[in-house]
Design a protein around this ligand. Structure first.
Ligand SMILES: O=C(O)C(=O)C[C@H](O)C(=O)CO
Ligand SMILES: [Zn+2]
Length: 278
């Protein structure tokens, strides 16, 4: 089964007045993985879709949703998948791709059938992002062997992390989509600090590998008007183009970032120094 929900885009002046509950209702995606279901959230931020595919007792096929008014899901879209669980298989128009934990698959526009499978005892968790696409690029698997890996931050500022660029234009041809995975080293808690915005692109973060009982406070909002959302393991949060997206955990964790918009230039960011934040 494929099911979807819808989220509007927001003006920063309106978002300033949101209560905790309203912030969570509009930006937090609390549940992505439901048994034998593909759960999608269609946003009006660059028409980006955030979702989870969770085959437990049977395979699940990516079906078109009403918001697309398309004959099949990838008729005018591209898709990125990162598995954050045990070994899984994705069948793309009949070709099987095995994805181990933290491996990614890009699927281009025009593919008619995408099926998520649990081939053995291990339980895959497929996190998925999708953006509108104007061109059909080939399907490609990316893992640590062909990823672009960068070490960032320092232990003394508690932000030491390994950033794995997976679906980015130096590795995979895409129309809009960029996705990757950042791992906080043990004892380090701050992600994306110093923080940034990029008016040219929206972004979504998905937090995972957060130990039982721990949390990440995700910071959003314009740099001088910030808000926070406490996140649990395997939850996602939408970051508007006007918002910083940064977090501080009560322990270390990993997260997937995904974005789409005006350009494919990962480094196109407007940095904000820590002491400029309010
Ligand atoms: O740890 C980081 O810093 C990130 O992972 C930053 C994201 O990749 C990002 O926000 C890209 O725009
Ligand atoms: Zn960003």
């Amino acid at each position: 089964m494929t099911k979807s929900e819808f989220r509007y885009a927001h003006h920063p002046e309106d978002a300033k007045a949101y209560t905790t509950e309203e912030l969570r209702e509009h930006f937090l995606i609390p549940t992505l993985f439901e048994d034998d279901t593909i759960h999608l959230v269609y946003t009006m931020y660059d028409r980006y879709i955030v979702g989870g595919a969770f085959p437990v007792t049977k395979a699940v096929a990516l079906e078109t949703i009403d918001e697309l008014k398309a004959d099949y899901f990838l008729e005018r879209r591209e898709l990125g998948i990162i598995n954050v669980g045990g070994k899984g298989v994705v069948k793309v128009d009949g070709t099987a791709y095995e994805l181990s934990k933290k491996e990614a698959l890009y699927i281009g526009r025009g593919v008619k059938e995408v099926i998520f499978e649990r081939p053995g005892d291990e339980q895959p968790y497929f996190y998925i992002n999708s953006a509108p696409a104007h061109h059909a690029y080939p399907t490609q698997k990316v893992n640590r062997d062909n990823a672009e890996i960068i070490e960032l931050g320092e232990q003394k500022t508690a932000n030491r992390r390994t950033l794995n660029k997976l679906i980015v234009n130096s590795i995979v041809k895409t129309c809009q989509l960029q996705m990757g995975l950042t791992e906080l080293h043990e004892g380090n808690v701050w992600n994306t600090m110093p923080s940034h915005t990029h008016t040219r692109r929206m972004e979504a973060y998905f937090y995972f590998d957060l130990a039982e009982g721990q949390t990440v406070s995700h910071f959003m909002g314009q740099p001088q008007e910030t808000r926070h959302i406490f996140m649990q393991n395997q939850q996602a949060v939408i970051s508007p183009e006007w918002s910083i997206h940064s977090g501080c955990g009560t322990s270390n964790y990993s997260f997937i970032w995904g974005m789409a918009g005006e350009n494919l230039d990962y480094g196109d960011m407007d940095g904000v120094a820590p002491n400029e934040l309010k």
